[in-house]
Structures are given as C-alpha cells and as structure tokens.
Design a protein. Sequence first.
Length: 470
Amino acid sequence: MGSVMTKITNHLPTAELQALDAAHHMHPFTDDAALARKGARIITRGKGVWLTDSDGHEIIDGMAGLWCVNIGYGRRELAEVAARQMEELCYYNTFFQTSHVPAIALAAKIAQLAPGDLNHVFYAGSGSEANDTNIRLVRRYWDVKGQPQRKVIISRKNAYHGSTMGGASLGGMSGMHAQGGLPIPDIVHINQPYWWGEGGDMTPEEFGIARARELEQKIQEIGADRVAAFIAEPIQGAGGVIVPPETYWPEIQRICDEYGILLIADEVITGFGRTGNWFGSQTMGIRPHIMTIAKGLSSGYAPIGGSIICNEVYRTVAESGEDFNHGYTYSGHPVASAVALRNLEIIEDEGIIDHVRNVAHPYLAEKWKGLTEHPLVGEAQLVGLMGSIALTPDKERRARFAAEPGTVGYRCRERCFANDLIMRHVGDRMIIAPALVIRPEEIDILIERAWKSLDECYAEIKAEGLLKAA
Ligand SMILES: *Cc1c(COP(=O)(O)O)cnc(C)c1O
C-alpha cells in the first residue's frame, strides 16, 4: 500500500521504479514474471525521434512508439490545444442528439483528406474499438439491405486488427487466438501475401495472384451470399511489415468488386502519411468502403480512433429508420478530437508527407536496402517510412533458422536496445517505423546503430551455434 502513497516522479532511482512497476503494473503482450526479474526499461522524456530513459540514455526511436508518433515527440502546440480544450469543454458525449465543435471539425477534416466518397466518421477510442465498430457496422449494413445472412468477414492469417474480442478475432495471430477461445463466430482467415517466407518457387507476381485468389476460393466455399466483408491492412504492420507483391491488391480489388463484398482497409498504421500518402490505400491503389483509423490520427498524443465510412454504407445504415445501437462513452472525445485536428493541421502545414516522399524515404531507402549486404540480412522492404528486414542463415534459399522462430530476432532486438536504438522484432524480421519528421542525420544514426547491432547479433549467434538453417 505504501507505493500508492509514494509520489512517483522521474527522479526516483530506476531500480525503485522497476520494483513498483513489477509489483503493481501488468503489461500488455508481456511475460510479466520474466519482466519482473529483468526490470522494465523506463522512458521518461521524448523529443522529435529521441527518447530518454531513467538512466539518461538517449535512444533513437525507430518505431515512433507503437507506429503512432507520426509528428514526433514533444510538440508544445498539442499540449496547448489539449489544455485549452480541457478548460473550455473537457468532456461531452455525442450520444442522444448532441455534438460539439472538436468532433465536428475533426470529422470534416478527415472527410476532406480521405479519398473518394469516404465522407463519414464514426469515432472510437482506439483501433481495436474501431474494428469492433466495423464488425457491427457491416453486419448492420447487410441487415438493412435485406441480406441478414451476410455475416462472414474474411481476414488473413498473421493480420493485426487489435486486441479486443472482435479485433483479435479479425486478426490472424495464432498466439492470440489460442488464448480465450477466438475467433468469435463467422470470422475466417486466408493466407497472407508473404512472398519471402511462404512464396516457395513462385515469382512474387505469381504468388501475389495465388494468394489473392484464395479470397475468391473462400468466398465460393462459404457462398457469396453469406460474405459481408474482407478486411486487410494495405501493408501488414505488426505481422512484420509485409509488403504484398504488386499483383496482389489489384486482384483483391477485382474479387471484392465482382462479388459485391465490402472492403475494409485497416489504416491504423498506414494512415496519415506513413506510406508517403495520406492513406496506404492510395499507395496500394485500392478503393475501400471503410477505413479503420487510430495511431497517427493523433500522433499518439491522445487516444482516439474511428471508422471512415463511404456514402453508400453510411446512407444505408443512417436512413434505416432505426438507431444504430452502438457507441462508446469516449466516441469523439473533445480533447482527443481537438488534439487530433491540430495534429492533422501540422502534418499538412509543415508538408510532412512531402518530407516523407522526397527526403526521408529516398534517403533511408538507399541505406535500408544496403543492409542486405550484411550476412544476416535477406530481403529489405521499405514503403514510405515503414520497413523490415528478414534475418536468415541462408539468403539464397530464403531459409529459416533451425532455432525456434523469433530466437534470433529477439537477440537482435536486445542488441539494438543495448545500442540505444529501438527496432522491434516480429519473429526473425526486424521492423522500423520512425516518426515521419526524421531527418537525414538522424537516419544516419539509426542505420549506424542498426549495423552495429546486426554485427553484434551475428557474432553472438555464430559463437552459440545458432547460425544454422532449418
Ligand atoms: C495497432 C493496430 C490496431 C489496434 O489499435 P489499438 O489502438 O491498439 O486498439 C488495429 N489495426 C492495426 C493495423 C494496428 O496496427
């Protein structure tokens, strides 16, 4: 109980903070007992692409937090907007025929930025919640259309769509499904377009078509009149930054059009400049009926997410003559909305997407591709500012390691941490998604630390006999 009374500041010794953390804070996606033995790394400050920890290390954040701090840490304008909004109207709901200025202004801004006739915003507090909304929304849409049997949503293995019951069910993470009896009914999964790992002897082009046609086969197997929607990330993020072959998305779009099923693009990572356009759907050339948004919407300064909905789906549900029986206390939260709006204005006014396209991406791309010269690195992918490298014991064969998947990736991640670089590992892929404002001299530091970490990892696994192919 004493800990509850302690004033917890940045100035307590790290060990004390770690002990309190272990005693009272249960972490997401964490083996908590193992973490308690080791002690969490405690982050105290952020500025631009840089973080400071409680031991005073200056860390370059290659992941923009969890892919969200698009405009970088420490922007005073957002703090000011939040303070002003809290004083003026800290909270009001958008249920029961009420609205408020921040929710209205943000929805109008999002509609202006979104492509095509994606003109309507339903707010949530996070990406997971927004995907739960999408499940409710597409099923409601088909009900109103007089096709209530259209309930099945097709997704992909190794997709990430959040961690609520609905979000985790849409996702295709086997480790998540294994805990808690998921997926919920009427959500099915097809294979992912991961050529490096699963393409075998096919060319990327052939493989992209083959994996897209699995959608058509699945629709035929289920019955086209029972399928409500297909959901996918334009580029898989948490699955390992998997960039589909060029043939994939056009074929998916053809199939969705031909069978008249709704296409949901989960833009939680790919939205708001990450791929060098406002939305990943523009980069990949697709026309979704619904987009899921969160993360970069507020650059992580406040929790907010939502669904951007096309005219047809909106009008059908809105004009059904009944309430849509769904919503969250914090749908369109005024402080989060005001912060998100200012964030979007900053992205626009400061030309941050042009910076991604014309400066940061080209500069990083050359050096990122250069990592394939490292003995451990197979392919290197980079779209806009989301990138991945595949670690492999044998590039020619695109081989996996004999060790348990993720063993080498974890080692590499630990070397990065030790070198004050945050790169994440997904299995044996290393991924980055730095703040969109990253400057060339910061990219140099990121790459220098990545090389050093790869060298150390290579030496380590070689010494331990882990450099063996499966
Ligand atoms: C992070 C993420 C989500 C979940 O968002 P939360 O805000 O964590 O609920 C959903 N979809 C994608 C593609 C994501 O990367």
